[in-house]
Design a protein around this ligand. Structure first.
Ligand code: NAI
Length: 364
C-alpha cells in the first residue's frame, strides 16, 4: 500500500495542546496536513486557560517542518465552535478533517454529582463535538469530502463507576457519529469514533502496568487512517490502545415476539430476550434496519438465527415499503414509511444495502 499523505488537507484537532490531541496533530502534520491546533489550555477539570499548550504544539510541528496554527477558543460554545472552524478557513482556506478530542473530567458518584458537573462535561465532550463538527460538516458537504473522528470512551459504551456525566457524553458521541455517517454518506463525508486508552494527564496513576504500553502515539495511527482518503469506513467505533485495535459493535438478539404480552410472560422469557448465543445476534446498521428487524419479527418472519456477512443486519424484505400492513402496529408501519420516504430523498445507498441484505438471505 502506498504511503498515506495529507498534502493539501486541512485538519482541526480540538484539545490538541497535550495528551492524545497533541499526538494526533503531530502525526497528521508529519504527513503533510495543515493543522489547526485548538486548545483552551485548562486543567483536567476544565478550569483555567492558557495559550501556551496549543502554541507549544504548533512550535513543535513547525520545528519539524510542518504547518500549523494555534487556536485558543473553547469548543464548549456555539460561538467557539464557529470561531474554530472559521480560523481554519481564514488561515488554510478550508476544512477537510475534524478530530473531536477536547475533554475534561468531573468524576463523582451519581448521587453526589452536582448539576454544574453534568453541564460542564456534556458541554465540552458532546456539545463541543456538535459545535465544531456542524460548521465543518456544512463545508465538507459542499466540497464533497470530509472526515470526522470523535473520541468516545469505554466508560460510556460499557459503563464505569463515577462517570455518569462523562459516560453519557461519550455515549452521545457514538450516536452523533452514527447519524453523521448516514447524513455524510452521499457527500463523501465519513464519521467514525475511537474509544482510546492512553497514558495522559487524564489517566496518570490509574493505568497500572498498562501505562508503559499505551502511549498516545499508539492511538494516533488509527486516527490518521480514519482521517485519510483511503478510509472507506463510516459509522464505526474502534477500541484503540497500545497497538491493539478492535471494532466495538452494537448487537441485537433475535428477540421474542409474545402472544400473550404481560410483565409475567416477559419475566418468564427474559433469558431468551437477553439472548442465548452471540452467533444469533445481528447488528443493525441504522434505524431503518432496526425497523425492518422489528417488522419482520412481528410479521412472523425468521429473524431468529439470521445473520449478515461480517455481522451486518439480515432481513428477508426486498423493500420495506412492500411490507404488508401490520395489524395492530401502525406506529411501526408509519415509522417504516417515514424512514423510507427519507431514504428516497437522501439515502439511496441504504436501499442498495437493503437489497444486498435480501440477496444474502433470500428469505422472500
Ligand atoms: P488531556 O487532558 O491531555 O487532553 C484534553 C485536552 O482538551 C486538554 O489539553 C484540554 O486543555 C483540552 N480542552 C478541555 N476543554 C476544552 C475546551 N472547552 N475547548 C478546547 N480544548 C479543551 O487528556 P487526554 O487523555 O489526551 O484526552 C483526550 C480525549 O480522549 C478526551 O476527550 C478524553 O475524554 C478522551 N479519552 C481519553 C482516554 C485516555 O485513556 N487518556 C480514554 C478515553 C477517552
Amino acid at each position: 500500500m502506498s504511503e498515506m499523505t495529507f498534502d493539501g488537507r486541512v485538519a482541526i484537532v480540538t484539545g490538541a495542546g497535550g495528551g492524545l490531541g497533541r499526538s494526533h496533530a503531530l502525526a497528521l502534520a508529519e504527513r503533510g496536513a495543515s493543522v489547526l491546533v485548538n486548545d483552551l489550555g485548562g486543567a483536567v477539570d476544565g478550569s483555567g486557560d492558557s495559550k501556551s499548550a496549543a502554541q507549544l504544539v504548533v512550535d513543535e510541528i513547525e520545528d519539524k517542518g510542518g504547518t500549523a496554527v494555534a487556536n485558543f477558543e473553547s469548543v464548549a460554545t456555539p460561538e467557539g465552535g464557529e470561531a474554530i472552524v472559521q480560523a481554519a478557513v481564514d488561515v488554510f482556506g478550508k476544512v477537510d478533517i475534524v478530530i473531536n478530542n477536547a475533554g475534561i473530567l468531573r468524576d463523582k458518584a451519581f448521587h453526589k454529582m452536582e448539576n454544574s458537573m453534568i453541564d460542564a462535561v456534556i458541554d465540552v465532550h458532546l456539545k463541543g463535538a456538535f459545535y465544531v463538527s456542524r460548521p465543518a460538516f456544512i463545508l465538507m458537504r459542499e466540497q464533497g469530502f470530509g472526515r470526522i473522528v470523535s473520541t468516545t470512551s469505554a466508560s460510556g459504551i460499557f459503563g464505569n463507576f463515577g462517570q455518569a456525566n462523562y459516560g453519557a457524553a461519550k455515549a452521545g458521541l457514538v450516536g452523533l457519529t452514527r447519524v453523521l455517517a448516514h447524513e455524510g454518506a452521499i457527500h463523501g463525508v465519513k464519521a467514525n469514533a475511537i474509544a482510546p486508552i492512553a497514558l495522559t494527564r487524564m489517566t496518570e496513576g490509574i493505568l497500572g502496568d498498562l501505562s508503559s504500553q499505551v502511549s498516545p502515539e499508539t492511538v494516533s495511527p488509527m486516527v490518521v487512517y480514519l482521517a485519510s482518503e483511503t478510509c472507506e469506513e463510516s459509522g464505526n467505533v474502534y477500541s484503540v490502545a497500545g497497538g491493539r485495535i478492535a471494532r466495538i459493535v452494537t448487537m441485537e438478539t433475535p428477540g421474542v415476539v409474545f402472544e400473550g404480552l404481560s410483565p409475567e410472560s416477559i419475566a418468564a422469557r427474559i433469558g431468551d430476550i437477553n439472548g442465548r448465543s452471540v452467533s444469533e445476534f445481528v447488528e443493525p446498521g441504522s434505524l431503518d434496519d432496526e425497523t425492518v428487524l422489528i417488522a419482520t419479527a412481528l410479521a412472523g418472519g425468521a429473524t431468529e438465527g439470521a445473520r449478515g456477512s461480517e455481522g451486518s443486519l439480515s432481513s428477508g424484505l426486498t423493500d420495506f415499503r412492500d411490507f404488508p400492513p401490520l395489524a395492530g402496529v401502525p406506529s411501526i408501519a408509519a415509522t417504516a414509511k417515514f424512514t423510507f420516504d427519507l431514504a428516497d430523498e437522501i439515502l439511496s445507498s441504504q436501499r442498495e444495502f437493503a437489497l444486498e441484505i435480501t440477496k444474502l438471505f433470500a428469505l422472500t
